[in-house]
Design a protein around this ligand. Sequence first.
Ligand SMILES: [Zn+2]
Length: 106
Amino acid sequence: MSPVKIKIKDKKVLYLKWDDNTESFVKLTNLRRACPCALCKEERERLGADYIPLYNDNQVTITNIKIVGYYALNITWKDGHSTGIYEYERLRQLGESSNPLNGLVA
Ligand SMILES: [Zn+2]
């Protein structure tokens, strides 16, 4: 499984179209919150699962997306954070956990 189309919609949602023709919509706030890098993981563990972070615009604006091998995207955020490698599997999960329509209007 790999993306055939990657787009940012309305500066708020990461849109992915997969090679099996399914689509994922992931809110950028959710994407940032799920950053898989060691630093963010550690912080999430420290703050607890019910902690809701408040992000500034730079933290939820994507400036670059790089494809890593055949399995993941490396996302660079405007605040300079770029250590997160998001596996396709994970992106798919993040997309499924929110209603696509809600994702679009957020
Ligand atoms: Zn991170």
